[in-house]
Design a protein around this ligand. Structure first.
Ligand code: SD4
Length: 331
């Protein structure tokens, strides 16, 4: 292990406030400290992160891998018809089609992504297959659907009675506004640390009533998620166009690589978005929220505006946290 990596681990351990006796510190290496399910850490975006995290822990306890845990955690939100920004029951595009984006990445740089995918309930599982079964990283649209079929995934109607009604209501005026309602984000990003390994997943139906073909940040490495075994894993939620233009997840991890704490790194990365896009545009208001886990257990959630919550699971307990934020709402 490089000296730099040792240094990062040491400094983040101190910054993250993990309390160990001097003896324990001397005796345990990081991977050993985080070696059982009780010591696994999971963070997920929004309040539906709570059942997702619980599922992740259940998978770990039954002997599953970190990727199994994150995939199944994301599946919980994807398969919940009441979650209107993910999978089944997700809001359609302006033409009435539900189109899904999802991605998974582990700390070794393995990654799989699907974009603009229609007709499958669990796009994160298809993204994982892209990672594990193809020489590629991203599959989109009909090509992604074809691949999903070849892997045995079943096609279903994703539009529910409720989401159809909401779309019909919207269609009366068909007012296209790319500014997502700040209250109405549900994308799930899940990051985890288990046995010294990190990974991230992110899955969404994207912005409600988006233009057909629009892809957001969630399936794009560096934007909606990133993982690096030397630093940690990060995932984002919020108005994807700004996350894409800022490469937020990558930036957070690079800031941590420089020795900043998880929380400070999120804050600096979100300030970058605020200064560049929000401050010069008084009419503009949008939310971006983050979850990040450091390779040594330092973690954080942070957002631009109030109202963002994230779920944290550590030492077997799951809690919903009101994230710190940068700015008050404007209006
Ligand atoms: C997107 N980032 O497609 C997603 C939307 C989101 O909660 O996070 N919604 O832009």
């Amino acid at each position: 292990m490089s000296n730099r990596r040792n240094f990062l681990k040491k400094s983040a351990l101190i910054g993250g406030g993990i309390l160990l006796s001097p003896l324990a510190k001397a005796e345990l290496s990081i991977p050993e400290m985080i070696s059982n399910s009780e010591d696994s850490i999971f963070l997920s975006t929004w309040n539906h992160g709570v059942p997702a995290n619980k599922k992740a822990l259940e998978i770990i306890k039954s002997g599953g891998s970190l990727l199994d845990a994150l995939e199944k955690a994301a599946n919980v939100s994807e398969s919940n018809p009441k979650n209107t920004s993910v999978g089944l029951g997700g809001m359609p595009d302006r033409d009435g089609h539900v189109t899904l984006d999802a991605a998974v990445m582990d700390g070794k740089g393995n990654a799989g992504c699907v974009c603009f995918l229609e007709g499958f309930e669990n796009p994160i599982s298809i993204a994982r297959k892209v990672m594990e079964e193809t020489p590629h990283v991203i599959l989109v649209g009909e090509g992604a659907a074809q691949f999903a079929r070849s892997q045995g995934f079943k096609e279903i109607e994703l539009l529910t009675e409720e989401s159809k009604k909401a779309w019909e209501e919207w269609s009366k005026e068909a007012k296209y506004s790319p500014e997502v309602n700040v209250e109405n984000h549900d994308t799930i990003g899940v990051v985890g640390l288990h046995k010294g390994e990190v990974a991230a997943t992110c899955t969404t139906s994207g912005m409600a009533f988006k233009m057909r073909g629009r892809v957001g940040d969630s399936p794009i490495l560096g934007a909606g998620l990133f993982a690096d075994e030397e630093v940690g894993a990060c995932a984002a939620t919020g108005l994807g166009e700004y996350v894409l233009k800022s490469q937020t997840s990558f930036l957070v991890l690079e800031l941590m690589r420089q020795g900043n704490s998880a929380e400070k790194s999120c804050k600096i990365a979100l300030e970058r978005i605020k200064t560049k896009f929000l401050d010069p545009n008084p009419e503009l208001e949008f939310q971006v929220g983050l979850v990040v886990i450091g390779i040594n257990g330092d973690y954080a959630g942070y957002s631009i505006l109030p109202g963002y919550q994230y779920a944290i699971t550590k030492r077997g307990n799951t809690e919903l946290i009101d994230a710190p934020y940068l700015a008050k709402r404007r209006g």
